[in-house]
Design a protein around this ligand. Structure first.
Ligand code: SF4
Length: 575
């Protein structure tokens, strides 16, 4: 008896081991395809960045400069290009947000925006050059004149977010990313023409005595990191140039350096080069009391400092120069704060809005229902379906889709702008991988919930013959194959149009996605969960990574996944 039990235990252990080994193989295939999509996109992005001046479509330029004939390299550099009239004179200049702002992802990818400056160096408009984001969302942004005009008349140095212009309704993530990319492109990457010299270790030692090396920040060019002999950062220096080059004292601007310690508090201010009156600048340079007035402030506190409220008066005999320096410190701190926000550097890794917290609450509710015996309570289940449809679907538009997953595989997860949606995706994949329950399809997907509510609404239903059912069930897998070819081959097809999920954001949805949604929901009146069973690639993908009773057997799906990995590898090698 005990030998039989031992044999049974050994058999079970072998079975469990095989099941887990195959499950991890399956997950490795899935991760391998995602990794190849990401690597290929990263390689193309590197190639794009390697081009000193990526091509700009003149048709787009002419929407902002109707008389434009050609573009020429601008002497100011940094990717600026002069816009030339056919007769020669310059009409202004343009810059594009890519590749500088490519890390700012909207719904499913970054957008390359053209920023046009008129002859007076003020923005006259922006135009979308290209986008990896969802086309319907981008179209919605382009149609929003108030949003597209929201940077008009701003200068390169003074670019900021206009408080009276909101994100575009129905395309919130896309519009926020476009806005952030414009600000990041201009705020994070500009150099001073008046104070072009780099800071040196000697400059750093003025207030950070142990300075041994100094490096300019990769993204925020006014910020310099100071390190000691061991290579440890001991503080940083924020230059007022070029942020405050337009603030003139008695007869010119002054470049001032704000020193921060490792806890990001001001430890002192020093005066650099100046175009102001030399005597007045020296008065300020020698006034230790005035220069120490800003000590202990954080960047945000300095940005919000009111000179009147703080009773900060100028240096006697050099009032205009000293007050201009004080103004420059505050203006620089404010613009740096905005630039850091746009670059996502000071923002917490997860910068959640009310919408994200709402989505997180729904996820928790869905998981509790899916993973406990509460799922058997019909009333709770049905009530939750209405929450999914009304809140997660119609209000938030938070649904997984292939367009979104491919976009994220290429560009990374938008934790800071779409935390709730990212969390939903993590839950959707992790739960079936680890527990075997496809909680997303059963308890979180609004489109699945709608089909479940429609089920059995009619007194009769259609029976799909087993053979036809077998053929129809191939459709989701074929759609996944299509998604891979579009992703790896960079084919110009929108993945939004092969699924019904964008139709939940009906204000921006195209006819293809709406048609699939309507037909799928109508079909579910006759055939329970018709779309889920015969049409959904996202459901098929979640089913593939799910740990289940048959995980110990190599199936056709596994063979297909292995072939797709090879295909993706082939694309990657040939790209
Ligand atoms: S199969 Fe597709 S539509 Fe159905 S619940 Fe799952 S993700 Fe939603």
């Amino acid at each position: 008896m005990s030998r039989e039990v031992t044999n049974l235990d050994a058999k079970n252990a072998t079975h469990r081991g095989r099941r887990l080994a195959l499950h991890f193989t399956r997950l490795a295939l899935f991760v391998g395809v995602i990794a190849l999509i990401h690597l290929q996109h990263a390689r193309l992005a590197v190639r794009r960045r390697a081009q000193p001046f990526p091509a700009v479509d003149m048709q787009v330029v002419r929407r902002l400069f109707p008389a434009a004939q050609s573009l020429a390299v601008h002497q100011g550099g940094r990717g600026r290009r002069r816009v030339l009239h056919s007769s020669g004179p310059s009409l202004g200049f343009v810059v594009q947000t890519s590749p500088t702002s490519d890390h700012l992802i909207g719904f499913s990818g970054p957008t390359n925006t053209l920023i046009a400056f008129g002859p007076d160096d003020r923005i006259i408009g922006i135009e979308i050059l290209s986008s990896d984001d969802t086309s319907d969302h981008v179209a919605r942004v382009v149609d929003d004149k108030a949003f597209m005009d929201s940077f008009d008349q701003m200068t390169w140095e003074g670019v900021s977010i206009r408080g009276d212009v909101d994100a575009v309704s129905g395309a919130t993530l896309t519009s926020l990313a476009i806005r952030e990319s414009v600000i990041h492109r201009l705020s994070g990457h500009r150099t001073s023409l008046r104070f072009p010299e780099p800071l040196t270790v000697v400059d750093a030692r003025a207030l950070l005595g142990e300075a041994n090396s100094i490096e300019q920040d990769d993204d925020l060019l006014s910020l310099w990191h100071v390190k000691d002999a061991r290579g440890l950062e001991i503080g940083s220096i924020l230059r007022t140039a070029p942020f405050a080059d337009n603030i003139v004292g008695y007869q010119g601007p002054t470049e001032t350096r704000i020193f921060f310690d490792v806890s990001s508090r001001v430890v002192g201010v020093s005066i650099g080069k100046s175009f102001d009156n030399k005597k007045y600048v020296n008065y300020v340079r020698d006034d230790e009391y005035f220069l120490a007035l800003f000590n202990e402030l954080s960047l945000a506190e300095l940005a919000g400092l009111d000179l009147l409220d703080a009773e900060i008066e100028g240096v006697s005999g050099a009032t205009m120069t000293s007050m201009a320096i004080a103004d420059a410190l505050i203006s620089t701190a404010e613009q740096q704060r905005l630039a850091i926000e746009a670059a996502g550097q000071s923002a917490p890794i997860v910068n959640w809005s009310l919408r994200d917290f709402g989505t997180a609450a729904v996820i928790v509710g869905g998981l509790v229902l899916a993973l406990t015996s509460l799922r058997r309570k019909k009333f709770l289940r049905t009530s939750f379906h209405f929450v999914l449809i009304g809140y997660l679907g119609l209000i938030n538009g938070d649904l997984l889709s292939q367009a979104m997953l491919v976009g994220w595989a290429r560009n990374g997860l938008p934790w800071s702008t779409a935390g709730g949606l990212v969390l939903l995706s993590v839950a959707a994949f992790l739960v079936p991988m680890t527990t075997g329950r496809n909680a997303y399809c059963t308890h979180l997907c609004p489109h699945g919930a709608a089909q479940r509510l429609l089920r059995n609404r009619l007194p009769w239903r259609l029976r799909v013959p087993p053979r036809l059912s077998g053929v129809l069930k191939v459709a989701p897998a074929l759609l996944l194959v299509w998604c891979l070819f579009v992703a790896m081959g960079r084919l110009p097809f929108s993945l939004v149009d092969i699924e019904p999920f964008d139709a939940w954001v009906f204000r921006v949805a195209g006819w293809a996605t709406i048609s699939i949604a309507v037909v799928g929901l109508a079909a579910s009146l006759f055939i329970p969960l018709a779309y889920c069973r015969f049409g959904c690639p996202t459901g098929a993908l979640l089913g593939f990574v799910r740990l289940n009773a048959h995980s110990d057997r190599w199936s056709h799906r596994d063979s297909l996944a292995a072939v797709l990995l090879l295909v993706a590898g082939g694309f990657w090698i040939l790209a």
